[in-house]
Design a protein around this ligand. Structure first.
Ligand code: PMP
Length: 391
């Protein structure tokens, strides 16, 4: 087997697909130290700048002094702490859903929920660009899995119409993690009502950012229905770590009994929930942060003028710059790094072949001069880097 592993890694290298970790040696912020070098960063999902917020840090420290740092046991033994419980109630209230359940990560939430709700006689319908953990959830559930082209409502309708499954679950990223666009969730919900299906919305990138007071994409679109189940992550705009699922009380009660990634694991430490309670407060009262974020989004979109590369149409904090070729995307990322700016190159299999890109993510902590520096550096790089022919 080791020969196989070596060969795989070599092949990745020759295709320009090797992924590298960086050693971060500073708080997550708009300026970071990575691999010993200072960078202006457009890499993080800390869209509101809460990962390094003093109110959250103080809440965590205080709770650690009071409650300790370990959860000690799984949720159904003695691990479900008062801080976890308070956070579940605060999150449900924030997103205007009847009930919520905490998971340790968004990945665990997606695999846990889909595999608990769906079984052999059921069917899951997924957008082709859905996050990998939604697909993994469908796979684990053993339900039949149907993938439809990105945002294609008509294709989804055909699949739902043809399905004879016992239960049907449509899954989609609310805001696509590598494209930044918003799924046509109102149309999906209508289809779910027509074809007796349920809609599971992964709001990893909308929660905290979109909707009044950051209540998320469902509130942004004005959607409410017992057929909706949402997942929000807590390591992105909320600035900490973890995830929650929100929906009807009966769904949450069922998940507590059946979601393996909830039951058979130790919950995140209680102080993280205390920090997240402070984060919920900051999100709810975070209009100034959101205004700054959206000002930065507008600035980038209106001022970045390019001839060869282009931004995908996106109204969110995720602004993908499409380059196409793997090596060219990598070269652009490296060119920016040389000018002290960090933006990751995203390549297949994370994104489709020939759509390698720079995933620019903006945060409320960016200032106008930061975004202007990024724009100037990308425009200079476009002049310097020769175009490569795509494979
Ligand atoms: N869903 C989407 C759309 C995501 O982008 C991510 C994180 N990249 C996740 C789920 C997983 O969330 P977490 O990082 O909390 O595991």
């Amino acid at each position: 087997m080791l020969d196989f592993l070596h060969a795989d890694l070599e092949k990745r290298k020759t295709l320009g697909l090797t992924r590298q970790r960086r050693l971060l040696d500073s708080p997550q912020a708009e300026h970071i130290t990575a691999n010993g070098q200072r960078f202006l960063s457009f890499c993080s999902n800390d869209y509101l700048g809460l990962a390094n917020d003093p109110a959250l840090v103080a809440a965590l420290q205080q709770a650690a002094a009071e409650a300790g740092v370990g959860s000690g046991a799984s949720n159904l033994i003695t691990g479900h702490h008062r801080y976890h419980d308070q956070l579940e109630h605060a999150l449900a209230a924030l997103v205007r859903q009847p009930a919520a359940l905490l998971f340790s990560t968004g990945y665990m939430a997606n695999i846990g929920v889909i595999s608990a709700l769906m079984g052999r006689d059921d069917a899951v319908f997924s957008d082709k660009l859905n996050h990998a953990c939604l697909n993994d959830g469908a796979f684990l559930s053993r339900a039949s899995h149907h993938r439809f082209p990105h945002n294609d409502v008509a294709a989804l309708e055909k699949l739902l119409q043809a399905s004879t499954a016992r239960h049907k679950l449509v899954t989609a990223d609310a805001v696509f993690s590598m494209d930044g666009d918003i799924a046509p969730l109102a149309a999906y919900l209508e289809l779910c009502e027509r074809y007796d299906a349920y809609l599971y919305v992964d709001d990893a990138h909308g929660f905290g950012v979109l909707g009044p007071q950051g209540r998320g994409t469902l509130q942004h679109l004005g959607l409410k229905s017992p057929r909706l189940i949402m997942m929000g992550t807590l390591g992105k705009a909320a600035g900490v770590a973890g995830a929650f699922v929100a929906g009807e009380q009966v769904v949450i009660d069922y998940l507590i009994q059946h979601a393996n990634s909830y039951i058979y694991t130790t919950p995140a430490p209680p102080p993280l929930s205390a920090a997240l309670l402070a984060s919920v407060h900051e999100i709810e009262h975070g209009d100034a942060r959101r205004q700054q974020l959206f000002a930065m989004i507008d600035l980038l979109k209106s001022e970045l003028s390019l001839t060869r590369w282009h931004l995908l149409p996106s109204e969110t904090a995720i602004q993908p710059l499409i380059v196409g070729d793997n090596f060219e995307a990598l070269e652009l990322s490296q060119n920016l790094q040389a000018s002290g700016i960090l933006v990751p190159a995203i390549r297949p299999p994370t994104v489709p072949v020939n759509t390698s890109r720079l995933r620019i993510s903006l945060s409320a902590t960016h200032r106008e001069q930061d975004v202007r520096a990024l724009i100037a550096a990308i425009q200079a790089a476009e002049r310097e880097i020769p175009a490569r022919k795509q494979a």
